[in-house]
Design a protein around this ligand. Structure first.
Ligand code: IMP
Length: 188
């Protein structure tokens, strides 16, 4: 992609400090809900990586304030694809499935954004074939205006408008994932 045709992140939608504050709140809530249990955090590659890393540490920080209680965290990852280098959705494919460890475990799916809901719906159906104990969903961003498939979401960081969003793990053609904030993409 040449620099001339590359769309630019236009404006900050959610600042770094707002993201971190909300993630601390989510971590405390998840810690309270799974207290004294083992929890598998199931990251959805690649978009959730920054959120996953900060959320897992936020759950640990909540534990530091409650030294008699704990949540044992295990990391697992799946990879799906639904966007192919543009802003239009296409069919969902599973590139990397979860391990056998998910059987009879509490699973918390950690997503970057729920848009049409197709990816999450596909993933939940796949996970139930692996016989987990429970499956819940934590998404950093929710774009409810684009929903095509109703999907239950247990923890939501922020609701966002119907616009293409980049940063903090979310990409446009694999770019902008390393922005520490969420931005709107400039339309061309
Ligand atoms: P869904 O299947 O339409 O819900 O889309 C889920 C996936 O599409 C997310 O995990 C993202 O990887 C990608 N996605 C959806 N909306 C956006 C966006 O606004 N910016 C970047 N990626 C997006």
């Amino acid at each position: 992609m040449s620099a001339a045709t590359k769309p630019l992140p236009k404006s900050v939608l959610i600042s770094e400090s707002c993201l971190q504050q909300r993630i601390r709140e989510l971590g405390a809530q998840i810690f309270a809900d799974y207290e004294n249990q083992e929890l598998v955090l199931l990251g959805v590659l690649r978009g959730s990586v920054l959120f996953f890393a900060d959320l897992s540490r936020a759950i640990f920080s909540a534990q530091l304030e409650n030294i008699t209680r704990e949540v044992q965290i295990r990391f697992e990852f799946v990879q799906l694809t639904s966007y192919h280098n543009n802003t239009q959705p296409s069919a969902v494919e599973l590139i990397r499935s979860g391990s056998n460890y998910l059987k009879q475990r509490h699973i918390l799916i950690v997503e970057d954004i729920v848009d049409t809901g197709q990816t999450l719906d596909f993933l939940c159906e796949h996970l139930w074939t692996l016989n987990p104990k429970t499956v819940k969903v934590c998404t950093l961003l929710d774009k409810p205006s684009k929903r095509r498939v109703p999907v239950p979401i247990d923890y939501i960081g922020f609701e966002v408008p119907d616009a293409f969003i980049v940063g903090y793990g979310l990409d446009y053609a694999q770019q902008y994932r390393n922005l520490p904030y969420i931005a709107l993409l400039e339309s061309t």
